[in-house]
Design a binder for this molecule. Structure first.
Ligand code: GSH
Length: 220
């Protein structure tokens, strides 16, 4: 049976959504985050990087959510709910599958880290300096790039209902994590297309089954 190694409140929620959508049986091994919000060492026994998600299929052990989604699409998706059909839809599917981790998540992680740094323990006289440097990095480097990313996504979802093709696909599953994480750190009321899409994915039956089984993303 397929085993999903799931770290609480993490990207592995995407994989649970995909597994529910294709309707295969799977087992969930849940790992709790440490006090520092990292994955526990025990996840390194499954994959050397110790990151989630990891999918185990017999002796195949696969990390990277995009690679796992493609594996499921190739090997288990007999009714083709993960990968759309049609030339443009497949181009979009690949693009957003890579975009989520390649262009979106690094900026979001940087934003979270640079907001966290000034909250760390440090001598009181260092704190204002740390705060000022972090604000400068956020304003000059992270925010303009993140705005470009958000505007690109908003524009795309203004032109089409789903990320790739005319129905929900693995591209939506992959994009769900950065967009749900973004919603936790930013007011999205001026992005009606992203807001509509978030409401739409939350009403997907497979999304809801996955949320019931492994939980939904919440801010740290
Ligand atoms: N690009 C990888 C990222 C994997 C990743 O960083 N996962 C996070 C959970 S969302 C993790 O395991 N973090 C724990 C840690 O860094 O200790 C993917 O898409 O699967």
């Amino acid at each position: 049976m397929l085993v999903l190694h799931h770290l609480e409140n993490s990207r592995s929620q995407r994989i649970a959504w995909a597994l529910e959508a294709i309707g295969v049986e799977y087992e969930v091994q849940t790992y709790l985050r440490t006090a520092e919000q990292t994955a526990p060492e025990s996840l390194k026994r499954i994959h050397p990087l110790g990151h989630a998600p990891v999918l185990q299929d017999g002796d195949i052990v696969l990390a990277e959510s995009g690679a796992i989604l493609e594996f499921l699409a190739d090997q288990y998706d007999s009714t083709r709910v993960l990968k759309p059909e049609g030339k443009q839809a497949v181009i979009d599917y690949r693009y957003w599958l890579h975009f989520a981790e390649g262009s979106f998540m690094p900026l979001l992680l940087m934003l979270l880290l640079f907001r966290k740094i000034p909250q760390q323990k440090m001598p009181f006289f260092v704190k204002p300096i740390a705060r000022s440097i972090c604000k400068k990095v956020e304003a000059s480097f992270i925010a303009p790039r993140l705005n470009d990313v958000i505007n690109l996504v908003e524009g795309h979802l203004g032109e089409q209902k789903w990320f790739a093709g005319d129905q929900c696909s693995a591209a939506d599953m992959q994009m769900s994590f950065p967009l749900l994480a973004l919603k936790e750190v930013m007011n999205l009321s001026s992005y009606p297309n992203i807001t509509r899409w978030i409401t739409m994915i939350r009403s997907e039956p497979a999304y809801q089954s996955a949320a019931n089984r492994v939980g939904e993303f919440q801010a740290f």
